[in-house]
Design a protein around this ligand. Sequence first.
Ligand SMILES: C[S@@+](CC[C@H](N)C(=O)[O-])C[C@H]1O[C@@H](n2cnc3c(N)ncnc32)[C@H](O)[C@@H]1O
Length: 351
Amino acid sequence: MALDMDKLNGFIGQFVGDLGAAVAAGMVVIGERLGLYKALVAGPLSSAELAAKTSTDERYVREWLASQAAGGYVTYDEKTNKFSLSEEQAFTLANEDSPAYLPGAFQLALGSLAAVPRIADSFRTGAGMGWHEHDDGVFHGCEKFFRPGYAANLATTWIPALHDVKGKLEAGGRVADVGCGKGASTILMAKAFPKSQFFGFDYHDKSIEGARESAKRQGVADRVIFEVAKAKEFPGKDYDFVSVFDCLHDMGDPVGAAKHVLNSLAKDGTWMIVEPFANDGLKDNLNPVGRVYYSFSTLLCTPCSRSQEVGLCLGAQAGETRIREVVTTAGFSRFRRATETPFNIVYESRP
Ligand SMILES: C[S@@+](CC[C@H](N)C(=O)[O-])C[C@H]1O[C@@H](n2cnc3c(N)ncnc32)[C@H](O)[C@@H]1O
């Protein structure tokens, strides 16, 4: 066997980068939880100054800063021995309203990884694991990770890309957001379309509690009602608009859910399906975005679907052809890709 040393070194180099990224997930979560990134915006700061500003221990902070500087998440000035954030680092790590706020993704990753021992067993047994059975970091991280993308696109691009929806919501429509998790998408829509009435449904009671609190905190509780309900059972009829964000593929019976959506819609209503960006063929998803989604799918989405009735397990990289099949099998007559971003595809389905 003749090893190609260049290829070997290249692969080991990739491994070192990946290992650093894996442990960096914990570093980013610590930085966010303790407000270290936000405090650094006012930098440059020494480790002692950052520790004093955040009421933390200098020795731990110094080690954390070194890890961050080595990974390019914080900028180090050798002359002053101080640390700061570049504009880009601050935009992505310290500004929760930025469309590219990153710490939520690491919180989601860390929370998901807590399930590794159980999921490894599931590889042998085929057992599922419900969304509700995961570490809390999964629910908080999911909201934090997805919200910035929704804030940047939902009201300004995704809804306007649909036929005849924006006008209806501006005038005052009835909307169901199914599988709404902690309600980030529902609340953003309620803010953008104050004359409409919103109902957020999810089977996970803790997420619904969190969503209710957020709605109160953000002053939209008058027009948003959150209730625990499964996608095949949510109440209400004649909705003008039903949305599902990053959750159709998590459901055990997405065809059953789609049938229920069809029955709940008004005749001229619209169902918007937001799914992770994916191509139909595996080889076309073998890229960094596909890697992220396939990994989350192994830990979260596939086990969630497997834990429910039917257990279709579409996976987070289902692709347009599979989603079209689900929607048309359920009886929708119109289906199209309305728009997309590098991370999401937005489909429009109509009765
Ligand atoms: C990846 S999270 C997305 C949450 C939210 N839509 C968002 O974008 O932030 C998937 C959500 O689907 C919910 N879910 C999974 N299966 C469901 C079902 N059969 N009925 C209702 N909700 C379901 C989970 O509880 C979880 O909140």
